[in-house]
Ligand binder design. Structure first.
Ligand SMILES: *Cc1c(COP(=O)(O)O)cnc(C)c1O
Length: 354
């Protein structure tokens, strides 16, 4: 039986997706060739790319609203600089909610003035700042919807009447939002969609063409849009697997369906963290992420016992990030409810033993 995989990224994928993906490696489309040895310009792969791009827009409710979906290289980390390269003339506003926002700010500073509208660094990013003001004279506002490392998630996005950019790497397709409030969304595939190697970018075309600098082709959104996300050889396998995951999600009932499951999983685990006297949560309650739950043992002398127990229960990937410590349970879309139950069972067993 497969392990209960709470890995923060690369993440768990649906078993049916892994099965189909492995078949495509050997024999794609019954054509007696592998997916990864055919031309990316052949019709079978162009169909994959187009299907993946349109499924992404469809699931987010962004079809026919002026958006384009791209599958690019370089991870979400390349988007930190690409967003600024393409959109930042003078000044941009950033909300700092953790390591990834921090890195995005660092890259953007190479291109202009950055206003950090608020930061939760004072408490090692265990909450989401609220009540801050975004200057009106900025080229865009950037935030991170879900902080993978610290386990916080923005529940109410600020109303900003300009260009809104969001790093949704670790919670895209996990909950219903009005995605049309955003002009640019990016997400590395490996958190909730596919293997590492491709990054989904959803972009409203009208925001482009407003910076004065020349942009190298590979970093220019317009180039990728004009070439239908095929300017250079795309990451064929990660894009194919992402397409399969998006098909899987659509068949289940899309984001409305998976959001319910994600809420059930998060409720089950957070209830146990709050109930069980041996554990305490890390993130502020109102900002708790439904994707990455961060928590600690109250008594650290139980660490070895607990670690042995969850490993014996076939649980994988529970160690917290080095900057937080403790534990992090990542409950991405493909993680079944019974895996969360398995973790809760171990937590209760520890309580009985201790
Ligand atoms: C993992 C992660 C990144 C970095 O993604 P890469 O694809 O490894 O560059 C950026 N932002 C968030 C929110 C992440 O979780």
């Amino acid at each position: 039986m497969k392990k209960h995989n709470f890995s923060a990224g690369p993440c768990i994928l649906p078993e049916s997706v892994l099965q189909k993906a492995s078949e495509a490696i050997v024999n794609f489309n019954n054509d007696n060739l592998s997916l990864i040895e055919i031309s990316h310009r052949s019709k079978p792969f162009v169909d994959v790319m187009e299907n993946a791009r349109s499924l992404a827009l469809e699931l987010l409710g962004l079809e026919n609203k002026g958006y384009k979906a791209l599958f690019l290289h370089g991870g979400a980390s390349t988007q930190f600089l690409m967003t600024a390269y393409n959109l930042l003339n003078k000044k941009a506003a950033y909300l700092n909610t953790g390591t990834w926002s921090d890195k995005a700010i660092k890259e953007a500073k190479l291109f202009g003035e950055i206003v950090e509208v608020a930061s939760s660094k004072d408490k090692n990013f265990n909450y989401i700042p609220k009540g801050y003001k975004i200057p009106t004279d900025v080229d865009y506002f950037h935030c991170t919807s879900n902080n993978t490392i610290f386990g916080t998630q923005i529940k109410n996005f600020p109303e900003f009447n300009g260009v809104n950019v969001c790093d949704m790497s670790s919670d895209i397709f996990s909950r219903q939002l009005d995605f049309s409030k955003f002009d640019l969304i990016y997400a590395g595939a490996q958190k909730n969609m596919g293997p590492a190697g491709t990054t989904l970018v959803i972009i409203k075309e009208e925001i482009l063409g407003k910076v004065n600098r020349a942009i190298p082709s590979m970093l220019d959104y317009k180039v990728h849009i004009d070439k239908d996300s095929m300017f250079n050889t795309p990451a064929v396998f990660p894009i194919y697997v992402s397409m399969l995951t998006l098909e899987w999600l659509k068949e289940l009932g899309g984001i409305p369906f998976i959001e319910k499951v994600n809420n059930q999983k998060a409720t089950l685990l957070y209830n146990e963290i709050d109930r069980n006297p041996l554990f305490k949560g890390y993130a502020a309650k109102e900002d708790r992420s439904h994707m990455n739950a961060t928590f600690n043992l109250v008594d650290h002398s139980l660490t070895e016992t607990f670690d042995t127990m969850w490993k014996e229960a076939q649980i994988n990937g529970l160690n917290g990030h080095r900057s937080v410590g403790g534990y992090r349970a990542s409950m991405y879309n493909a993680l079944p409810l019974f895996s969360v139950q398995a973790l809760v069972d171990v937590m209760q067993e520890l309580e009985r033993k201790a």
